[in-house]
Design a protein around this ligand. Structure first.
Ligand SMILES: Nc1ncnc2c1ncn2[C@@H]1O[C@H](COP(=O)(O)OP(=O)(O)OP(=O)(O)O)[C@@H](O)[C@H]1O
Ligand SMILES: [Mg+2]
Length: 286
């Protein structure tokens, strides 16, 4: 049995014993479109729908998710790997019933692991498999190796765009790379910062009409989130908007997206968290 067989059988053993954790990434072509707030507030809305949610903050941008909820995190996934900390010590319990797992910046630490470290890491991550229903990942902006790796391994890939032309072209570029270089076909689109539902639908149609012409991909419409200045007020208060202003347009829309996520069927081909981490280590297998 070579190393990839070992990883696969490890992951499959887990698959038989624990209910699967669904892995969902949130990415964007352009930075600053609203990913971190989306992940946090949709995560909280999923928790209200009785889902057990773990947020993985893989984006090392300035406005990290921990800051959005007024928490400071000192340790991350890399400390689990080096053995300095246990997963329990690194996972932060945030108000509202969600957990946050801070990642380390970049994936270099992941790609440079020895085989033994990879197996050890997979075993540690296995502890999470039955614990959460959904792992929601803020991958960051652009097409860095970090973003690509997480997208390749996830079952559902959300791409967040705004009506801004540069956001659309950058989202298209991200989808194109994931499709052409990494054979990904299915994406879920959310249009953020729209004036109303119609604008959301129009922007989605624009994106699909270009994608349909040049790429063999399927872009689902997961929803829209209205532009709402109460989000900015919530960010300043370091309180999630769904908690600070639960009836605000933006909160209503985040909740609608969360409901839609619970209603959609995950891809059965890869419905297991252990396989997710295995894939993360072996992107060449795709
Ligand atoms: N629906 C919205 N309504 C109003 N403002 C919004 C909305 N979504 C995002 N914003 C604004 O965009 C800012 C950036 O949001 P956020 O930090 O979530 O983006 P990001 O995509 O994570 O950025 P980065 O790529 O830098 O990590 C927010 O502080 C807020 O001012
Ligand atoms: Mg962010």
């Amino acid at each position: 049995m070579d190393q990839s067989d070992t990883l696969r059988s490890l992951a499959q053993t887990r698959a038989n014993n624990a209910p699967p954790t669904r892995v969902i990434t949130v990415s964007s072509g352009k930075g600053g479109v609203g990913k971190s707030n989306f992940v946090l507030n949709v995560g909280l809305s999923l928790a209200r729908l009785k889902k057990r949610v773990l947020l993985l903050d893989a984006d090392m941008g300035l406005a990290n998710i921990d800051i959005l909820v007024g928490l400071t995190t000192r340790f991350n996934l890399s400390h689990v790997l080096t053995g300095e900390k246990t997963l329990e010590e690194v996972i932060v319990k945030a108000p509202g019933g969600i957990d946050i797992l801070p990642a380390a910046s970049g994936v270099e630490w992941m790609t440079n692991l020895t085989q033994e470290q990879k197996l050890d890491f997979l075993q540690k991550m296995d502890a999470l498999n039955g614990v959460y229903d959904i792992l929601l990942i803020d991958t960051g902006a652009g097409i860095s190796s970090n973003v690509v790796y997480f997208n390749l391994a996830a079952q559902s890939k959300i791409v967040l765009v705004t009506p801004e032309p540069t956001s659309l072209t950058d989202a298209y570029a991200l989808i194109k790379v994931l499709h052409r270089s990494h054979q990904q076909k299915n994406f879920e689109i959310v249009i953020n910062q729209v004036q109303n539902e119609q604008e959301g639908i129009d922007v989605y149609r624009n994106l699909t009409s270009v994608a349909d012409r040049f790429l063999d991909v399927r872009l689902g419409f997961l929803g829209y989130v209205r532009k709402d200045e109460r989000l900015c007020r919530a960010v300043l208060r370091q309180t999630p908007v769904v908690e600070a202003f639960p009836d605000a347009d933006v909160s209503v829309d985040y909740q609608a997206v969360a409901r839609k996520i619970t209603q959609s069927k995950p891809d059965l081909m890869a419905s297991e968290l252990g396989l997710f981490w295995r894939d993360l280590f072996q992107p060449a297998a795709h």
